[in-house]
Design a protein around this ligand. Structure first.
Ligand code: ATP
Length: 453
């Protein structure tokens, strides 16, 4: 079961501290959200899982964390200054603005239903900001609209500082900014978001095979995070809708509460980016239509040791949205269950590695010194195992604590009661089955480690 409506998720996220409207107390800003205490843990866990699978568990990748402010020259050569646009239409009747390709009823304003709309015109989605103390337009930067351009500009730095040879990849996670015309559907389409991107460099001619490999790998990864395979769709992007750099793109769509849309895109970006950013382009046989006459100081090419020739690698890019991942996984994990005739519970049946809180330690009686001290000791010992956040709940209301931890997806709750003082055991309650068992404190670390592995 998933959530039935987006409202159920929005309400849970606010109630339990996953997500808040940004700048809320001053009325909010559209298209911006803040991650609260549970949200930040969940998002970090998701990013960590991606990093682990992309960097730690592979032998052919490196990591990067580059700057967000980007030189206009980079984004000129990447094609973003000229082509990173959406078609904008104005409604002359109510003055609202829309993306022409997202008008649900053709040629009608979604707000007032007027048909008096302007012709679509290109609207560049990049945010600009001044660099330095004088804001006269002469020195500015863009907030990066995708994380990958700095991977391309660092290509040679990474080659020179490691011993990588093609095929290899560079992974990066971080913020990206797009001045979306109509941000909507909660955190699905926002103006500030995070991406997890891998640029995987391959020899031209092997690109189709690597593309297929990454499409399958990424679907498998989302399934491992807890998304049912049948809720993921592989969508071939039509030739006339491909981005300017792409030879072929396959979107991995997810059935969100508002409908099926893109969760991740896996593109074959060819030699477009490295070619566009490369010095002396004419020395290379570049197959894609690149920005001519780069002012770059560096050639972003590698040497083919057998043929003794320099070439520009092709790049396969799996590009996933962190926030869309958060939304999809919350939706997948959402359950509403009848506990008995009169009561219901909501729970997030998240995979334990993603849960914001790994375990809650609950003394049965609030402020009882013996129970609370023992609980603190247990909490601290579990925390030291380094598997994520463990909390102490000293409110004395077991029922309420269980409800709260069900709703934030805590896999286990440990209750320390008066019997614990005698038999040195605690009650462990499982989130999904609600089954309880006694586990001795002595074996708790082992039990806990096993649970999370
Ligand atoms: P869309 O067609 O939905 O606008 P896109 O094709 O422009 O997305 P890409 O440029 O392929 O998106 O970006 C890679 C990923 O970044 C997307 O799959 C998505 O998960 C995420 N992403 C892109 N734009 C946004 C946004 N405005 N808000 C949240 N995530 C986004």
């Amino acid at each position: 079961m998933t959530a039935q409506t987006m409202e159920e998720l929005v309400s849970l996220c606010k109630r339990r501290g996953f997500l808040f409207q940004s700048n809320d107390i001053y009325g909010g800003i559209k298209g911006l959200y803040d991650y609260g205490p549970m949200g930040v843990e969940f998002k970090n866990n998701l990013k960590q899982a991606w990093w682990k699978s992309m960097v730690y568990e592979r032998d052919d990748t490196e990591g990067l964390d580059a700057s967000i402010l980007s030189s206009p020259v980079v984004l000129k050569h990447s094609g973003h200054e000229d082509t990173f646009t959406d078609p904008l239409v104005d409604c002359r009747a109510c003055k609202s603005r829309w993306r022409a390709d997202q008008l649900f009823e053709n040629n009608k304003c979604p707000n007032c239903k007027s048909e008096d709309l302007t012709e679509p015109r290109p609207f560049n989605l990049m945010f600009k900001t001044a660099i330095g103390p004088v804001d006269d337009g002469s020195s500015f930067a863009y907030l990066r609209p995708e994380t990958c351009q700095q991977i391309f500009t660092n290509f040679k730095n990474i080659l020179d500082s490691t011993s990588r040879t093609v095929p290899f990849g560079i992974a990066q996670m971080g913020k990206a900014f797009r001045n979306e015309i109509t941000p909507r559907n909660f955190i699905f389409r926002v103006r500030e978001f995070e991406q997890m991107e891998l640029e995987f460099f391959v020899k031209p001619g092997t690109d189709d095979e690597w593309h297929e490999y990454w499409i399958n790998k990424r679907i498998e990864w989302w399934v491992n995070q807890g998304i049912k395979k049948e809720n993921l769709k592989k969508i071939e992007v039509e030739k006339n809708e491909l981005a300017h750099y792409s030879k072929r793109t396959v979107d991995i769509n997810y059935v969100f509460p508002h409908g099926e849309e893109e969760l991740e895109g896996v593109a074959n970006r060819t030699d477009f980016d490295l070619g566009s950013h490369t010095k002396n382009q004419k020395d290379f046989k570049i197959t894609s239509e690149v920005m001519k006459n780069s002012s770059s100081t560096t050639k972003l090419a590698v040497q083919d040791l057998e043929e003794k020739k320099w070439y520009i690698p092709y790049v396969i890019e799996p590009s996933a949205g962190v926030d869309r991942g958060v939304l999809a996984l919350l939706n997948e994990a959402y359950r509403e269950e009848n506990v008995d005739k009169d009561s219901k519970r909501i729970l997030l049946s998240l995979k334990p590695h993603l849960s914001p809180i790994k375990a809650a330690v609950i003394p049965l009686k609030k402020n009882n010194e013996e129970l609370v001290n023992l609980s603190k000791e247990i909490k601290s010992n579990l925390q030291k195992l380094g598997l994520g956040r463990v909390v102490l709940e000293n409110s004395g209301n077991i029922g309420k604590n269980y409800r709260r931890h069900d709703e934030i997806g805590t896999p286990i709750c440990l209750t320390v009661d008066f019997e614990t003082l005698e038999d040195k055991s605690v009650t462990v309650r499982d989130r999904d089955t609600m089954k309880q068992e006694r586990v001795s404190i002595e074996n708790l670390s082992e039990y806990y480690k096993k649970y999370f592995n």
